[in-house]
Design a binder for this molecule. Structure first.
Ligand code: PRT
Ligand code: ZN
Length: 295
């Protein structure tokens, strides 16, 4: 009997991307057999096996076909690509909207920063040597790079370097170490990556996974909006109702002056236009989450 072809995906075992990566698979209706304490678990209702590994290993695993796909930060992917040329067959497929951070240059508050030139001849501590080198080259600067695996933010205080190049999300680590953010080298978030040379059978499974992920992401950024609207203001309200193609208009029993309007809208845009909707006479506004949105 021919064994079923299964796609292998690498996700972070334990760290900032782990929960969201597992949750994403769950939202795609993919349920895993074993607990996440294992290195490996199989999905019970989708031809997918999950490898739980360190995030730094994911690009190489995907490049060497240990796995055909993976979830990793753009920062890690681009750093590995900057450092080595044997992962050209890994490509980023879709941004996943979590693990957002930025790779920034920072220095003590008294560092006289008036633009990238201020870094010329300085020393900079980082775990992102490849990306920092690319940045310095692009800016035509020369600086000494001090490579560190962790605790980069301590480097100026311990006089190991004048400045740092590190990941920032809230900025509180920089602040508590007396550092100010000076420039952003890269904005990053988690992405789904894939091996560009996978066989067609696995590519088909990957396409199915990707279309489920797209449906989940679309639903996450959308809301189902229900509101009441004076008939006289209907056209105006339809015009400002954000990002929806053609809303559903429903009569209200016993009311000839008002109708209900139902529409799917981008959540962020909706909040930005809500005051305008109210001003135009919208009332009883309900905002509901959407479970999945298929094309
Ligand atoms: O064990 P493993 O190697 O798998 O994990 P790891 O320790 O290398 O990575 P982990 O779990 O810390 O981060 C995984 C990924 O999360 C990163 O590669 C980024 O893509 C993303 N991410 C998002 C972050 C942050 N936000 C973040 N704030 N990764 C690290 N940080 C660190 C940063 O290095 C600094 O020390 O958090 C600190 C700054 O945070 P703020 O909030 O104080 O600015
Ligand atoms: Zn790591």
């Amino acid at each position: 009997m021919k064994t079923e072809e299964r796609l292998k995906i690498a996700i972070q075992k334990s760290g900032r991307l782990s929960e969201n990566s597992l949750r994403l698979l769950e939202k795609c209706g993919i349920f895993l057999e074993k607990s996440r304490d294992q290195l490996f678990c199989a999905a019970r209702n989708f031809p997918l096996d999950v490898l739980l590994v360190r995030d730094d290993d994911i690009p190489a695993f995907v490049a060497t076909d240990v796995c055909q796909t993976g979830i990793v930060g753009q920062n890690v992917l681009l750093e590995k690509m900057a450092q080595r040329d044997d992962i050209d067959n890994v490509e980023s497929v879709i941004e996943l909207g979590f693990g957002k951070c930025r790779l920034s240059l920072a220095a003590p508050h008294d560092f006289p920063y008036d633009g990238p030139r201020a870094l010329d001849g300085m020393s900079i501590a980082t775990s992102y040597k490849g990306l920092l080198e690319q940045y310095l080259r692009a800016q035509g600067l020369s600086a000494q790079i001090v490579t560190m695996q962790g605790a980069v933010e301590l480097a100026p205080r311990t006089r190991m370097a004048d400045a740092v190049c590190d990941l920032v999300s809230t900025g509180s680590t920089l602040a508590s170490n007396g550092l100010k953010e000076m420039d952003i080298i890269l904005r990053s978030q988690a992405v789904l990556v894939k091996n560009t040379e996978m066989p067609e059978t696995l590519l088909n499974i990957h396409e199915k996974l990707l279309s489920r992920i797209r449906a989940v992401l679309r639903a996450e950024s959308s809301r189902y909006i229900m509101l009441h609207c004076p008939v006289s203001a209907l056209e105006e309200i339809k015009a400002v109702l954000p990002g929806c193609e053609s809303p559903t208009i429903i009569p209200l029993q016993g009311r000839s002056d008002k109708v209900a309007v139902h529409a799917v809208c981008d959540e962020e845009v909706f909040w930005n236009t809500m005051d305008d909707l109210k001003k135009k006479g919208a009332s009883s506004i309900l905002v509901l989450p959407i479970e999945k949105m298929l094309e």
